[in-house]
Design a protein around this ligand. Structure first.
Ligand code: PEP
Length: 244
Protein backbone atom coordinates (compact mmCIF):
# COMPACT_ATOMS: atom_id res chain seq x y z
CA UNK A 1 0.00 0.00 0.00
CA UNK A 2 1.40 3.41 -0.90
CA UNK A 3 1.72 6.44 1.35
CA UNK A 4 -1.64 8.01 2.08
CA UNK A 5 -2.50 11.61 1.35
CA UNK A 6 -4.51 13.73 3.80
CA UNK A 7 -5.64 17.14 2.57
CA UNK A 8 -7.11 19.94 4.69
CA UNK A 9 -9.50 22.14 2.73
CA UNK A 10 -10.16 25.20 4.87
CA UNK A 11 -12.56 26.63 2.26
CA UNK A 12 -13.25 30.30 3.17
CA UNK A 13 -12.54 29.69 6.86
CA UNK A 14 -9.65 30.15 9.20
CA UNK A 15 -7.40 33.04 10.09
CA UNK A 16 -3.74 33.86 10.49
CA UNK A 17 -4.13 32.63 14.08
CA UNK A 18 -5.27 29.22 12.79
CA UNK A 19 -2.35 29.18 10.39
CA UNK A 20 0.01 29.64 13.33
CA UNK A 21 -1.80 26.98 15.38
CA UNK A 22 -1.53 24.50 12.51
CA UNK A 23 2.16 25.19 12.14
CA UNK A 24 2.75 24.52 15.80
CA UNK A 25 0.82 21.23 15.57
CA UNK A 26 2.40 19.62 12.52
CA UNK A 27 6.00 19.63 13.53
CA UNK A 28 5.77 15.85 14.12
CA UNK A 29 6.46 13.85 10.97
CA UNK A 30 4.29 10.90 10.04
CA UNK A 31 4.28 8.40 7.22
CA UNK A 32 1.46 10.35 5.58
CA UNK A 33 1.59 13.09 2.96
CA UNK A 34 -0.22 16.12 4.35
CA UNK A 35 -1.32 19.11 2.28
CA UNK A 36 -2.95 22.13 3.92
CA UNK A 37 -5.12 24.15 1.54
CA UNK A 38 -6.00 27.48 3.16
CA UNK A 39 -7.65 30.51 1.54
CA UNK A 40 -5.16 31.79 -1.03
CA UNK A 41 -4.21 34.90 0.98
CA UNK A 42 -2.72 32.66 3.69
CA UNK A 43 -0.74 30.42 1.37
CA UNK A 44 2.55 32.34 1.52
CA UNK A 45 2.43 32.54 5.31
CA UNK A 46 1.97 28.79 5.61
CA UNK A 47 4.62 27.96 3.04
CA UNK A 48 7.21 30.22 4.65
CA UNK A 49 6.73 28.65 8.05
CA UNK A 50 5.91 25.02 7.20
CA UNK A 51 9.58 24.11 6.79
CA UNK A 52 8.69 20.89 5.03
CA UNK A 53 6.40 19.50 7.79
CA UNK A 54 3.56 19.56 5.27
CA UNK A 55 2.83 20.83 1.79
CA UNK A 56 0.53 23.71 0.94
CA UNK A 57 -2.00 23.91 -1.85
CA UNK A 58 -4.54 26.24 -3.44
CA UNK A 59 -8.30 25.78 -3.58
CA UNK A 60 -8.61 26.94 -7.18
CA UNK A 61 -6.63 28.36 -10.09
CA UNK A 62 -7.33 30.08 -13.39
CA UNK A 63 -8.06 28.00 -16.46
CA UNK A 64 -5.92 30.51 -18.41
CA UNK A 65 -2.16 30.81 -18.56
CA UNK A 66 -2.10 34.58 -17.88
CA UNK A 67 -3.72 37.83 -19.03
CA UNK A 68 -6.76 40.00 -18.31
CA UNK A 69 -8.58 37.81 -15.78
CA UNK A 70 -9.18 40.03 -12.78
CA UNK A 71 -9.24 38.18 -9.50
CA UNK A 72 -7.65 35.02 -10.85
CA UNK A 73 -4.22 33.57 -10.16
CA UNK A 74 -2.32 31.40 -12.60
CA UNK A 75 -0.86 27.97 -11.95
CA UNK A 76 2.62 29.34 -12.70
CA UNK A 77 2.18 31.91 -9.90
CA UNK A 78 1.14 29.15 -7.53
CA UNK A 79 4.22 27.15 -8.46
CA UNK A 80 6.43 30.21 -7.99
CA UNK A 81 5.18 30.54 -4.40
CA UNK A 82 6.17 26.98 -3.62
CA UNK A 83 2.70 25.43 -3.31
CA UNK A 84 2.56 21.87 -4.61
CA UNK A 85 -1.09 21.09 -5.33
CA UNK A 86 -4.34 22.69 -6.46
CA UNK A 87 -7.91 21.50 -5.92
CA UNK A 88 -9.83 21.57 -9.18
CA UNK A 89 -13.52 20.93 -9.68
CA UNK A 90 -14.56 21.02 -6.03
CA UNK A 91 -18.36 20.74 -5.96
CA UNK A 92 -18.59 24.21 -4.38
CA UNK A 93 -16.73 25.64 -7.40
CA UNK A 94 -18.85 23.62 -9.80
CA UNK A 95 -22.05 24.68 -8.02
CA UNK A 96 -21.40 28.30 -6.98
CA UNK A 97 -19.26 29.30 -9.95
CA UNK A 98 -20.83 27.18 -12.67
CA UNK A 99 -17.61 25.35 -13.48
CA UNK A 100 -18.23 22.75 -16.18
CA UNK A 101 -16.24 19.57 -16.73
CA UNK A 102 -14.48 21.40 -19.60
CA UNK A 103 -13.44 24.26 -17.29
CA UNK A 104 -12.21 21.79 -14.70
CA UNK A 105 -10.18 19.99 -17.39
CA UNK A 106 -8.63 23.28 -18.55
CA UNK A 107 -7.65 24.09 -14.96
CA UNK A 108 -6.21 20.63 -14.43
CA UNK A 109 -4.04 21.02 -17.52
CA UNK A 110 -2.76 24.41 -16.33
CA UNK A 111 -1.85 22.86 -12.98
CA UNK A 112 -0.02 19.95 -14.60
CA UNK A 113 1.78 22.21 -17.06
CA UNK A 114 3.08 24.21 -14.08
CA UNK A 115 4.49 21.02 -12.58
CA UNK A 116 1.93 20.89 -9.76
CA UNK A 117 -0.49 18.17 -8.71
CA UNK A 118 -4.17 18.70 -9.48
CA UNK A 119 -6.57 17.13 -6.99
CA UNK A 120 -9.53 16.53 -9.28
CA UNK A 121 -12.79 16.46 -7.32
CA UNK A 122 -15.76 14.44 -8.54
CA UNK A 123 -18.98 13.28 -6.96
CA UNK A 124 -22.70 12.88 -7.43
CA UNK A 125 -25.63 14.80 -5.95
CA UNK A 126 -28.17 13.21 -3.61
CA UNK A 127 -30.76 13.13 -6.42
CA UNK A 128 -28.28 11.30 -8.67
CA UNK A 129 -27.51 8.75 -5.96
CA UNK A 130 -31.17 8.19 -5.14
CA UNK A 131 -32.06 7.69 -8.78
CA UNK A 132 -29.27 5.15 -9.32
CA UNK A 133 -27.19 7.52 -11.46
CA UNK A 134 -24.23 8.02 -9.12
CA UNK A 135 -21.82 5.73 -10.95
CA UNK A 136 -22.69 7.09 -14.39
CA UNK A 137 -22.24 10.66 -13.14
CA UNK A 138 -18.84 10.00 -11.60
CA UNK A 139 -17.67 7.98 -14.62
CA UNK A 140 -18.59 10.88 -16.90
CA UNK A 141 -16.75 13.37 -14.68
CA UNK A 142 -13.59 11.23 -14.79
CA UNK A 143 -13.82 10.60 -18.54
CA UNK A 144 -14.05 14.37 -19.06
CA UNK A 145 -10.57 14.63 -17.52
CA UNK A 146 -8.97 12.27 -20.07
CA UNK A 147 -6.50 14.90 -21.34
CA UNK A 148 -5.25 15.50 -17.79
CA UNK A 149 -5.09 11.81 -17.00
CA UNK A 150 -2.90 11.20 -20.04
CA UNK A 151 -0.76 14.33 -19.62
CA UNK A 152 1.87 12.95 -17.23
CA UNK A 153 2.71 14.29 -13.79
CA UNK A 154 1.23 13.53 -10.40
CA UNK A 155 -2.56 13.56 -10.06
CA UNK A 156 -4.97 12.73 -7.26
CA UNK A 157 -8.69 12.13 -7.60
CA UNK A 158 -11.01 12.99 -4.72
CA UNK A 159 -14.38 11.25 -4.71
CA UNK A 160 -16.65 13.59 -2.80
CA UNK A 161 -20.36 12.78 -2.91
CA UNK A 162 -22.05 16.18 -2.66
CA UNK A 163 -24.59 14.87 -0.14
CA UNK A 164 -21.74 14.03 2.25
CA UNK A 165 -19.90 17.36 2.08
CA UNK A 166 -20.41 19.50 5.16
CA UNK A 167 -23.49 17.53 6.20
CA UNK A 168 -22.00 15.38 8.96
CA UNK A 169 -23.23 12.35 6.99
CA UNK A 170 -20.21 10.58 5.58
CA UNK A 171 -20.63 7.90 2.94
CA UNK A 172 -20.15 4.52 4.57
CA UNK A 173 -16.73 2.99 4.04
CA UNK A 174 -18.31 0.39 1.76
CA UNK A 175 -20.10 3.02 -0.36
CA UNK A 176 -16.83 4.92 -0.67
CA UNK A 177 -14.82 1.81 -1.54
CA UNK A 178 -17.33 0.73 -4.19
CA UNK A 179 -17.05 4.08 -5.95
CA UNK A 180 -13.26 4.22 -5.59
CA UNK A 181 -13.03 0.81 -7.30
CA UNK A 182 -15.27 2.08 -10.06
CA UNK A 183 -13.05 5.15 -10.47
CA UNK A 184 -9.91 2.97 -10.65
CA UNK A 185 -11.60 1.02 -13.43
CA UNK A 186 -12.38 4.17 -15.41
CA UNK A 187 -8.83 5.44 -14.93
CA UNK A 188 -7.52 2.17 -16.40
CA UNK A 189 -9.87 2.51 -19.36
CA UNK A 190 -8.73 6.09 -20.00
CA UNK A 191 -5.02 5.56 -19.40
CA UNK A 192 -3.88 2.04 -18.61
CA UNK A 193 -0.33 3.33 -18.39
CA UNK A 194 -0.95 5.99 -15.76
CA UNK A 195 -4.00 4.76 -13.84
CA UNK A 196 -2.23 2.91 -11.08
CA UNK A 197 0.01 5.87 -10.29
CA UNK A 198 -2.97 8.03 -9.32
CA UNK A 199 -4.03 8.19 -5.67
CA UNK A 200 -7.78 8.11 -5.13
CA UNK A 201 -9.13 9.84 -2.03
CA UNK A 202 -12.50 10.03 -0.33
CA UNK A 203 -14.01 13.28 0.98
CA UNK A 204 -17.26 14.07 2.77
CA UNK A 205 -17.69 14.59 6.53
CA UNK A 206 -14.47 12.78 7.43
CA UNK A 207 -13.58 13.36 11.08
CA UNK A 208 -11.46 11.99 13.90
CA UNK A 209 -14.11 9.40 14.72
CA UNK A 210 -14.87 7.84 11.32
CA UNK A 211 -11.37 8.05 9.82
CA UNK A 212 -10.13 4.74 11.24
CA UNK A 213 -13.04 2.82 9.70
CA UNK A 214 -12.45 4.48 6.32
CA UNK A 215 -8.72 3.75 6.48
CA UNK A 216 -9.31 0.10 7.33
CA UNK A 217 -9.80 -0.23 3.54
CA UNK A 218 -6.67 -0.13 1.37
CA UNK A 219 -8.65 1.38 -1.52
CA UNK A 220 -8.98 4.62 0.46
CA UNK A 221 -5.60 6.14 -0.31
CA UNK A 222 -6.29 9.39 1.42
CA UNK A 223 -8.98 11.85 2.43
CA UNK A 224 -9.99 15.41 1.61
CA UNK A 225 -11.19 17.01 4.83
CA UNK A 226 -13.22 20.20 5.13
CA UNK A 227 -14.81 21.06 8.48
CA UNK A 228 -12.72 18.76 10.65
CA UNK A 229 -9.49 20.22 9.27
CA UNK A 230 -10.23 23.48 11.10
CA UNK A 231 -9.93 21.66 14.41
CA UNK A 232 -6.28 20.81 14.82
CA UNK A 233 -6.98 17.92 17.24
CA UNK A 234 -9.50 16.33 14.86
CA UNK A 235 -7.16 16.79 11.93
CA UNK A 236 -4.24 15.27 13.84
CA UNK A 237 -6.48 12.28 14.71
CA UNK A 238 -7.27 11.81 11.00
CA UNK A 239 -3.56 11.85 10.14
CA UNK A 240 -2.89 9.26 12.86
CA UNK A 241 -5.66 7.05 11.48
CA UNK A 242 -4.11 7.30 8.00
CA UNK A 243 -0.68 6.39 9.30
CA UNK A 244 -0.92 2.60 9.17
C1 PEP B 1 -14.61 19.31 1.41
O1 PEP B 1 -14.49 20.48 1.67
O2 PEP B 1 -14.17 18.88 0.37
C2 PEP B 1 -15.25 18.43 2.39
C3 PEP B 1 -15.21 17.15 2.19
O3 PEP B 1 -15.86 19.03 3.47
P1 PEP B 1 -16.36 18.29 4.81
O4 PEP B 1 -15.22 17.45 5.30
O5 PEP B 1 -16.68 19.41 5.75
O6 PEP B 1 -17.54 17.45 4.45
Amino acid sequence: MRKRLVIANWKMNGSLALADEVLADFSAKSNVDVIVVPPSVYVSRLIESAEGSFDVGLQDVSQFENGAHTGDVSAAMVAELGATAVLVGHSERRGEHGESDATVAAKGLQVLAAGLMPVICVGESLAERESGKATARVRAQIEAQADCLRFGGEIAIAYEPIWAIGTGKSASALEAVAMLREIRGVLREVSAERADGIRILYGGSVNGENAAELFSHDEIEGVLVGGASLDTEQFAAIIRAADV
